[in-house]
Design a protein. Structure first.
Length: 436
């Protein structure tokens, strides 16, 4: 009998053998990639657990399908279902044109308070890449999901709201840096202590659990001193105050350097890392975009604000094969609410062509299975995807970048992944958090 996943009193998910998992198939290419992904998930669960476990899928509506059926892009019932069943998965959704909801994805994240956008980035052997050593990239991005630009506070130039806000800046706050008064649009960027600390806390806990060497706080605090600068400051506070016995931070290094000199600071850091402590460091966002190309092995877990995380996630995805193979999840570590999702768009001009790469939603499903504690099924899918790519049995995106490849339709690729289950390649594993 199918049952709901629940959050236990110990703060851990309780997953039955036959859980109900809500899904949104998505718009554009969504139905095609979801159909394939669902078959892959079901086959992996069946093979991994010999029929003892099975997912009961429950559709919930969002996007164009919801609008056509209910007149709403994101019905309240859908949000209620996502909360009731805790764990869900979705394909790409259309952003409505005109007034109302700015983004369906953002609306879901805000309503469910899914404050972590979790994006593991790792190269699969055989995937075409524009860099010489894509295997050096092995990072997990913790992108803050509810503040920064995702708060959506802005006013169009010429609107009454913009005029009122501008008058407040000029007359009440004595701001003199508005270059073109009367012609400017405005946006407000909230960054809070609570929002920052829960994000950085999650990143540090993940790094410690998975024995990662470092957490990098990526920010633009050299310019935005009281928003991104505070993000850096509060991030270090979490590391020192809550994890001080297990971390060594760069701000500690700075203090030691000022008090005892650089040589002493270096020796203390060296000993801390030798003792197995997690290094918590920071890097300016524009410099980090250089470092992911020049020195990617220096970074493992990354904590950053929303806009920075958007740029970073897509740039890293390009290194390992593109956004078509990039998985993602949106998670609240306290409530357990989690929505796993394809990270790309709806690609409407390719809808119905059965040609697009389904790996983003497939690998997001692997993250979901890991989150549920079903690691055997997740690893079976990962190994099968890797085996399929290594055999150069690929969809059009990879086919155009390979020599000697076999071009497969979306549905054919999914069938090959199922056929290749049980083949162990011995290569790397997709990173994700399993104790949320």
């Amino acid at each position: 009998m199918a049952e709901k996943i629940v959050m236990g009193a110990d703060g851990k998910l309780q997953v039955p053998n036959h859980p109900v998992i809500p899904f949104i198939e998505g718009d554009g290419i969504g139905p095609e990639i979801w159909t394939v992904a669902r078959k892959v998930f079901d086959a992996a669960v069946e093979k991994a657990y010999q029929g003892e476990r099975k997912i009961e899928w429950k559709e919930m509506l969002a996007g164009e399908k919801a609008f056509n059926a209910t007149g709403e892009w994101l019905p309240k019932e859908t949000l209620d279902i996502a909360k009731e069943y805790i764990v869900s998965i979705k394909g790409p959704l259309t952003t409505p044109i005109g007034g109302g909801i700015r983004s369906l994805n953002v609306a879901m994240r805000q309503d469910l308070d899914l404050y972590v956008c979790l994006r593991p980035v790792q190269w699969f052997k055989g995937v075409p890449s524009p860099v010489v050593h894509p295997e050096y990239v092995d990072m997990t991005i913790f992108r803050e999901n509810t503040e920064d630009i995702y708060a959506g506070i802005e006013w169009q130039a010429g609107s009454e709201e913009a005029k009122k806000f501008e008058a407040f800046l000029l007359n009440e706050m004595n701001v003199s840096k508005v270059r073109f008064p009367g012609q400017s649009s405005y946006g407000v960027k909230p960054v809070s202590e609570e929002g920052t600390k829960r994000l950085v806390r999650a990143a540090i806990e993940y790094a410690l659990e998975h024995h990662k060497p470092s957490v990098a706080i990526v920010h633009k605090g050299n310019i935005m001193k009281f928003t991104e600068g505070s993000f850096k400051k509060w991030g270090y506070e979490v590391a020192r105050q809550e994890f001080g016995d297990r971390t060594f931070t760069w701000d500690e290094w700075d203090e030691l350097k000022k008090e005892h000199g650089e040589a002493h600071a270096n020796e203390v850091q060296k000993k801390a890392l030798a003792d197995g402590k997690l290094l918590v460091k920071d890097v300016i966002a524009d410099n980090f975009l250089q470092q992911i190309l020049l020195a990617p092995r220096d970074y493992s877990v990354v904590a950053t604000l929303n806009l920075n995380g958007d740029y970073i996630s897509d740039a890293l995805a390009a290194i390992v094969g593109g956004i078509g193979i990039a998985p993602g999840a949106n998670i609240n570590y306290k409530t357990g609410y989690a929505v796993f999702e394809a990270t790309h768009g709806t690609a409407p001009k390719f809808a119905g062509t059965d040609s697009m790469n389904p790996c983003s939603v497939i690998l997001s499903g692997c993250m979901m299975l890991e989150y549920m504690g079903w690691k055997e099924a997740a690893q079976m899918i990962i190994s099968a995807v890797e085996a399929t790519i290594m055999r150069k049995q690929v969809t059009i995106d990879f086919y155009n970048l390979m020599t000697g490849a076999t071009l497969l339709k979306t549905s054919e690729f999914g069938a090959q992944v199922v056929d290749n289950m049980g083949i162990i390649t011995g290569e790397g594993q997709l990173q994700q958090s399993s104790s949320l």
